[in-house]
Design a protein around this ligand. Sequence first.
Ligand code: PAF
Length: 282
Amino acid sequence: MTPIVITKSEAKLRGQIWEWRGSGETIAFVPTMGALHAGHISLIAKAKKYATKIVASIYVNETQFAKGEDLDTYPRDHAKDCAMLEAAGCDLVYIPRTMYGSHHSTTISVGGPALGLETNHRAHFFGGVALIVTKLFNRVQPDIAIFGEKDYQQLLTIRRLSADLDMPVRIIGAPILREADGLAMSSRNRYFDEIGRKIAGQLNIIMTQCAKDIAKGADIKTATTKATHNIQKAGFDSVDYVAVAHAQSLDLLSGKLGNRPARLLIAAHCKGVRLIDNCAIG
Ligand code: PAF
């Protein structure tokens, strides 16, 4: 087995990709912010089904954090992350020192699925994600890229971005991995103390019940209002949204669902940690 390449250098990354391309390899890319868990490793496993070489990046992207968010405290452990990626069969880990030059002035404005939901609460977020993903795609030049469905709105936004800007990258979604009690795996779960972690575990139970009710014909507004109430009753600090949206466009849906393809999406705060989760309905 060829040893994993770990590099901070853009030139080394480009050189390795060029060499692989020359020998007919295909490239799958898994961008991350590090603090890896089994969910990320499942993205690597999925990537291996689509390409012969797997590249992951680790970069805590400042442009997707707002003031007061956890940019400075976001967990960073490159040695552990690289060991996990190597064990998972990743071929190259790119850990750029910075992605933005001191004169960087370009922004990306995203619409479509980026509008509403997260954007109502984190206005800066998808512009920052679009910028870093575009820059990483330009450096890595992958054939495919894998994004987790845990960040469902992000996945659809990146799909829209890459289609709109003619990026020659196929965007593939990967299912959410959950802890034993159903909590979606997330790097930020490590922020919880014991009580917070127990409360957080209720989210998936409430979400699953709400999705079942809607699939069985409950009115969307009635079901999501009930779920919001149940999340608060479970001990969450506040709820940003509980919404049902079209599975591809993310247009909000109301009334009875019928046979429309839909996703239930939730964001709520639990003991100071913001959680997002989602599931398909029906
Ligand atoms: O989902 C994430 O971890 C980040 O938003 C991403 C896609 C790596 C961009 O920084």
